[in-house]
Write a protein that binds this ligand. Structure first.
Ligand code: ADP
Ligand code: MG
Length: 456
């Protein structure tokens, strides 16, 4: 199967080949033809398998005919976080470079001026987080009745409690006769059922069972005492051949404190969570992508959708409370065929959460043990201090504890999303220079205490 068999135009095929893609991924092969036939779609495929292009490519051809009108976007893509919306917009620009299509990115935390100007001039594709879109709609800066195509990326997240009133509001303003498409790697049955009211006779494309984890990710869990988590993390960062890592914690306060602690131990780390102002969020992500830092401590605002090359490791400092988030968090590695490793710390507090994760993914996560260690042991060399720039802020509603702060109003939606946002990659200096012993088993050095717990 190749892209030319899918019914895409020659201009588009050229952009695809310029992007370096030689053949469509399974979700692309299955979704592109029905999208071109204007069908409603529920598309489920694992993280990192090219869902974005599976809707962006056919949309470009569908949008190629027709005319722009002021204030009336012709199509709309919704995403739960600003960073993900921006990433989808970048994809659109890359694939649409041979087409005369105008897009506007409507996200919170940035000035509205340019967004309003773009809307006035007419756009073919609007890419938005719900909060900013609603804001502009309520100010009369945008009309949605000319919008005949709707994509909801990370659809299950967008249709859960925090967002659903906004989605209902927005769908209500769109024409009845539109084409609607939902994409995600996870789709809990109750949410899918709810989703159907926004769809007409959808074609359901399930490339892999929802919530299955990508086979390129090697995952482990590590039983650990709460108070040993930091030390265990540092050990792994130094010894598991970590190039670039995202470390997820459940609470914003943990994100902040953990980042500080890592920095004080000489790691080049930064942080991202939903209470930071947008310019700090962007700055931290850029530092991560550029390799200025190689460790990003994150809330779930970075769990969904972000595609950052070279992320070798994901750590769950806490097991996520929502099992779907596990699938998305670890899905920040192992993208587009690359390999990745994912470690989940399980303290007493995490016991119930990990059981829920294993129930959802229908697989037991192996316990990390001696044979799995990829050690590069040398005497730890001193490391340049890294310091990070950040803002105050906490994260999404945290089921168990507080640690929440009041925030700027405009972007409430995006903060709701704080279970998902996007991270960035990097090729920063490793945490510590280490020698390279390839295989786990090669190591004869001291075994950290936590491994004794887990071996056997
Ligand atoms: P998903 O939304 O399924 O998590 P993305 O759309 O973010 O995945 O794509 C993941 C990565 O795969 C991106 O870096 C993208 O450039 C790359 N990619 C997408 N389609 C192809 C393809 N056909 N061949 C090679 N790489 C691809
Ligand atoms: Mg995606």
């Amino acid at each position: 199967m190749n892209f030319a068999d899918l019914g895409l135009s020659p201009d588009l095929l050229k952009a695809v080949s310029d992007a370096g893609y030689t053949e469509p991924t399974p979700i692309q092969a299955q979704a592109i033809p029905p999208v071109l036939m204007m069908k409603d779609i529920i598309g489920i495929a694992q993280t990192g398998t090219g869902k974005t292009a599976s809707f962006v490519l056919p949309m470009i051809d569908v949008m190629a005919s027709g005319r722009r009108r002021a204030l009336m976007p012709r199509s709309l893509i919704l995403a739960p976080t600003r960073e993900l919306a921006a990433q989808v917009a970048e994809n659109f620009e890359k694939y649409g470079k041979n087409h005369d299509l105008k897009l506007a990115l409507l996200i919170g935390g940035v000035q509205m001026g340019d967004q309003v100007k773009a809307l006035n001039e007419g756009v073919d594709v609007l890419i938005a987080t719900p909060g900013r879109l609603m804001d502009l709609f309520e100010r009369g800066k945008i009309l949605l009745n000319g919008c005949e195509l709707l994509v909801i990326d990370e659809a299950d997240r967008m249709l859960d409690m925090g967002f659903i009133p906004d989605i209902e509001f927005i769908c209500d303003k769109l024409p009845e006769s539109r084409q609607t498409m939902l994409f995600s790697a996870t789709m809990p049955p109750p949410i899918e059922k709810l989703a159907k009211k926004f769809l007409k006779n959808p074609k359901r494309i399930e490339v892999s069972r929802a919530a299955t984890t990508n086979k390129d990710i090697t995952a482990f869990k590590i039983p650990v005492q709460q108070r040993q988590k930091r030390e265990t993390l540092r050990w792994l960062l130094r010894h598991d051949q970590v190039e670039t890592a995202i470390i997820f914690a459940n609470r914003k306060t943990t994100v902040r404190e953990l980042n500080k602690s890592l920095q004080s131990h000489g790691f080049a780390s930064g942080e991202i969570h939903g209470d930071m102002d947008q310019s700090s969020r962007i700055k931290e992500l850029d530092r991560f992508k550029s390799g200025d830092i190689n460790i990003l401590v994150a809330s779930d605002v970075a769990a969904r959708g972000l595609d950052i090359k070279g992320v070798s490791h994901v750590f769950n400092f806490d097991t996520p409370w929502h099992p779907d988030d596990y699938v998305h968090r670890i899905g920040r590695t192992g993208r587009a065929g690359a390999k990745g490793r994912a470690f989940t710390f399980v303290a007493g507090d995490d016991a119930e959460a990990i059981a829920n994760v294993e129930k959802l993914t229908k697989s037991e996560i192996p316990v990390f043990g001696k044979k799995d260690v990829r050690v590069e042991l040398v005497e730890p060399a001193a490391k340049p201090e890294a310091k990070s720039k950040r803002d105050d802020s906490g994260d999404k509603p945290e089921p168990k504890k507080r640690a929440e702060k009041p925030k700027a109003k405009s972007d409430k939606q995006d903060k709701k999303a704080d279970r998902s946002e996007k991270p960035a990659k990097s090729k920063a200096p490793k945490a510590k220079p280490e020698t390279a012993a390839e295989d786990a088993g090669d190591w004869n050095g001291p075994v950290p205490g936590f491994l004794d717990v887990s071996t056997s």
